[in-house]
Design a protein around this ligand. Structure first.
Ligand code: GLC
Length: 704
């Protein structure tokens, strides 16, 4: 620190153009004193290697649907190994914003509508990433819950909702997993841009949560020099203008970077370097004291030191690691299987080995790797539903049925210019899409499997929750023609299912990554139990969701009103007593589970609830025992039940296991504007079940 000039200090506080063009974000080295480069790469579902390949894991929502945080930890470690193999030392993951709005284009990159489930996964992912000496970056801090107008929208959100719903996952990343970096969101919170938000950056994140890493901005998401510097932003990313960053080989030949116009939902990328000259000027004018800059540099250097980067070769590239190895491929498959949610099954699944299958769907011959945007990953290998079923079925005929669904890619915005491959489908005519052929195949087969999908991407929200194109029509027509119909949903969040009563089974596989086809085949044939449970609510109608009112989404006059408060997701459906189509925590298994009587043990402030679970089915299966807490006499309006613990058990037929969940005092608390966290004395009920609406037992506890 003492030997660094002011220029050198400022060089550490904003990104620069990467000479190797191999990083999404790059902070240059200072070889003179053994300070290496910081090399940053996306993303939450696998390494978005600039021009390279990596393991394409299932979407984060699929990972959360496993309700198995150990898988998040393993996935984090795997992605970190792949980041190192690509010479990177900072991974821009996990994304953990709460799924507040079912239409949000980035729900697939996040975990859940529930803060407890989100926090378990965020902490596990950070632990995994950092176990391989790569810096994790929990994002996007905070209340980045929609893509519409994301650079200007201000979330008008109460302190209580921030504390109980939107901050817990970030708090867990810091307090439980000691995350090395936090990325600020583009949006404003209560009128102030997050890069300039002193209360949430300095007072809450750094002082109260004790975050000692560094805060970086989202790309071109820094609002000011002085405001951000004073508020607690440490590193401005990417730190340079688009022109400075764009390299000719990654932009179409005839495109001059200075002429690139960006869509409304992208920031003005012609702005950059706010923590360069403008910050130097602010120091020289006295607007910002140099000690403030020193504090930022210290955070960057101490984080580098913590991850063994100081003294590393100046490139900072932690070579080693591993890429596309069998264990990474196997993990991608396992997450896809365990994240598959069996929403409905009336005797159609598992498929009979000898069954003749009609596989129908506009995009079923392409793996649904993920959604559009900075999380896009290019795998070495992938299997589509057609690949998986052709490999596994005794007989399989594939028909598209209706025209392909376009897949959005952020990189369509300006060509493939930023390292991502446009996943927009080839524009070859859909002359092979014939509904008649699909119906003929369905009528002749023993079972029809219809694979349908939505199209979600960063920087855009969905207009409505229906499946795009003519997919609903296709499902209904096939259901009429076939003896049995199984629908496979490949969606990034909740969708409307108008034909749900017409079909025999529905699987939700989300965006299942590179192993999609083999995982789908394994579940369809019962080689594996569909282990997933919904991490978010499927409503019956679009109006049933808490954000149905336009002022709550997409908002008006650059403001979105979080007036539902803490009643997000199932908390809202429960308070309003609205029957969901499929409730939070829901998921069938090929096995059947019987719950015995729950018991409660007290140990000081801790309450442990234990329940015996037996597999009374004839197949092995996985059960997720969920524990919800209800305050029977709340002094303030509280949700009728809130998830506060869960335990996953795997049971063979006839096997019985005791599942235990321990709750600490925080599990009973609510946040009061004036008093902070409060645990009201009185009676609580612990609801033990297999979803928010499928409660198997209740136990009463009194807190003194
Ligand atoms: C994007 C995303 C962020 C990503 C970053 C770098 O705009 O909001 O999640 O890590 O820019 O690609």
């Amino acid at each position: 620190m003492a030997s660094l000039s002011l220029d050198e200090k400022l060089r550490l506080l904003h990104g620069a153009t990467d000479p190797d063009d191999s990083s999404v974000g790059y902070v240059p080295p200072i070889p003179r004193v053994g300070i290496p480069a910081l090399r940053m790469v996306d993303g939450p579902m696998g390494v978005r290697a600039v021009g390279g390949s990596a393991t394409a894991f299932p979407a984060s929502v699929a990972l959360a649907a496993t309700w198995n945080p150990r898988l998040a930890r393993e996935q984090g470690a795997s992605m970190a190994r792949e980041a190192r193999a690509h010479g990177q030392n900072v991974l821009l993951a996990p994304g953990t914003n709460v799924v507040r709005v079912p239409h949000c284009g980035r729900n697939f990159e996040y975990y859940s509508e529930d803060p407890h489930l989100s926090a378990r996964f965020a902490a596990a992912s950070v632990r995994g990433i950092q176990s391989e000496d790569v810096v994790a970056t929990v994002k996007h801090y905070v209340a980045n819950n929609q893509e519409t107008n994301r650079y200007r929208v201000s979330a008008a959100v109460s302190e209580r909702a921030l504390r109980e719903i939107y901050l817990p996952a970030f708090r867990a990343a810091v307090e439980e997993a000691d995350v090395g970096a936090v990325m600020t969101a583009y949006n404003r919170v209560n009128g102030t841009h997050m890069s300039d938000h002193r209360p949430l950056l300095r007072d809450v994140l750094k002082d109260e949560f004790g975050f000692d890493g560094f805060v970086m901005s989202d790309w071109w998401g820094t609002e000011s020099s002085v405001g951000a510097a004073r508020a607690g932003l440490d590193v401005e990313m990417p730190g340079v203008t688009f022109e400075e960053r764009a390299t000719a080989e990654r932009l179409p030949e005839d495109v001059d970077p200075a002429d690139v116009e960006f869509p409304e939902t992208l920031p003005d990328m012609h702005e950059g370097g706010l923590f360069g000259e403008p910050l130097r000027d602010a120091i020289e004018s006295g607007a910002v004291d140099e000690s403030v800059v020193d504090g930022k540099v210290r955070r960057v250097l101490e984080t580098m030191a913590r991850f063994g980067l100081l003294g590393a070769d100046s490139d900072g590239g932690r070579r080693g690691g591993e890429l596309d190895t069998p264990r990474h491929r196997q993990l991608a498959r396992r997450i896809a299987v365990e994240g598959t949610v069996l929403l409905k099954n009336e005797g159609a699944l598992p498929l009979d080995e000898a069954a003749a299958v009609a596989l129908v769907g506009p995009n079923a011959d392409a793996a649904k790797l993920g959604g559009g945007g900075s999380s896009e990953v290019t795998p070495v290998a992938r299997t589509s539903p057609v690949d998986g079923l052709r490999e596994r079925a005794a007989e399989c005929r594939f028909e598209r049925g209706v025209p392909r669904i376009t897949e959005s890619s952020l990189f369509d915005a300006f060509g493939a210019g930023d390292g991502g491959e446009s996943t927009a489908d080839a524009d070859d005519a859909d002359d092979d899409a014939s509904l008649d052929a699909a119906l003929e195949a369905a009528a002749e087969a023993d079972c029809a499997v219809v694979v349908v999908q939505d199209d979600t991407t960063e920087s855009e929200d969905r207009d409505d929750l229906r499946l795009p194109g003519r997919q609903d029509e296709l499902v209904s027509a096939v259901a009429d023609a076939a003896d049995r119909t199984v629908v496979v949903l490949r969606t990034g969040g909740p969708v409307q299912l108008p034909w749900v009563d017409e079909v025999d089974a529905v699987l939700e596989t989300w965006y299942a990554g590179q192993a999609e086809g083999e995982a789908l085949a394994a579940v369809l044939y019962g080689d594996a139990d569909p282990g997933g449970r919904l991490p978010l609510t499927f409503g019956r109608r679009a109006d049933d969701y808490p954000t149905a009112a336009p002022e709550r989404f997409p908002g008006a006059n650059d403001e979105v009103d979080y007036s539902e408060g803490v009643f997000v997701g199932y908390r809202y459906f429960d308070r309003e007593d609205i029957a969901p189509l499929f409730p939070f925590g829901h998921g069938r298994s090929y096995a059947s589970f019987e719950y015995g009587e729950s018991s409660v043990e007290r140990d000081g402030d801790e309450v442990t609830v234990t329940v015996p679970v037996r597999n009374v089915g004839n197949r092995p299966g996985k059960e997720v025992v969920q524990v919800y807490v209800r305050d029977e006499d709340p002094p303030v309006p509280r949700p009728p039940r809130e998830l506060k613990g869960f335990e996953t058990v795997r049971l063979d037929p006839g096997e019985r296991r005791r599942a235990s969940v321990t709750l600490d005092r925080d599990a009973f608390a609510y946040y009061d504007q004036d008093e902070g966290w409060v645990v009201s004395e009185g009676r609580f009920t612990l609801l033990v079940g297999r979803s928010a609406r499928e409660i198997r037992d209740r136990v009463s506890v009194a807190l003194g």
